[in-house]
Design a protein around this ligand. Structure first.
Ligand SMILES: [Zn+2]
Length: 203
């Protein structure tokens, strides 16, 4: 495998990037100066040093000092700890946070569950989610907020099933945000009004 192939393979792993786009990135980089490439590779290395993953919600956050284990949401005592919203990925959390329509806790599942998948628990953080629910003292409701597409629906179904035996004895309610979104909607790209309605109409 030559260098073009190697780099293309890496770009192909990026979300939403196919074979042709990956190749275009490589050719774009070839046309840049060595300083450009150095700056880019330096920033990637810095990113890994300056970012940590929250121990509670698994969100990535920028470290202010090197010791924090919790992100600003989980560390904030004004957050409503009776509601927990489960989202697929960091960018979903960021768009809900930005909309200011929700003031509860979050949990990042780390992906959606493919419809044909045998080894699911290795793909998403379902065991970590169960552990978190057991540790939360005031939890009254869990909101599943996945995109409204077949894989999002499947994940909703899967998580509900997996949580059943944990939440029923604790009388924790479970609802889905998806009903208030229109089909095919990505949570990440939803505007404030859409999110507000989706939250109001959750079931
Ligand atoms: Zn957190």
């Amino acid at each position: 495998m030559d260098i073009i192939e190697k780099l293309s393979q890496i770009f192909k792993e990026f979300p939403g990037i196919g074979e042709r786009q990956a190749k275009r990135f490589v050719y774009f980089l070839m046309s840049r100066t060595p300083a450009y490439a150095e700056n880019l590779s330096g920033l990637i290395i810095e990113l890994k040093k300056e970012v940590a993953q929250c121990k509670e919600c698994f969100r990535f956050f920028i470290l202010n000092n090197k010791k924090e284990e919790l992100c600003d949401i989980c560390a904030n005592s004004n957050i409503d700890s009776s509601i927990l919203m489960v989202v697929e990925k960091d960018s979903d959390l960021e768009s809900v946070k930005k909309s200011r329509v929700y003031n509860g806790k979050y949990f990042i599942l780390g992906g959606l569950v493919p419809i044909v998948e045998k080894n699911t628990s290795s793909r998403v953080r379902i065991n970590e989610l169960i552990k978190k629910i057991k540790n939360e003292k005031n939890l009254k409701e869990i909101i599943l907020a996945f995109s409204l597409n077949p894989q999002g629906n499947h994940t909703d179904f899967y998580v509900r099933n997996q949580l059943k035996s944990t939440i029923e004895p604790l009388s924790i309610k479970i609802s889905s945000l998806g009903k208030g979104l229109s089909t095919g909607t990505e949570l990440e790209y939803s505007d404030n009004d859409t999110l507000k309605n989706a939250l109001k109409n959750r079931q």
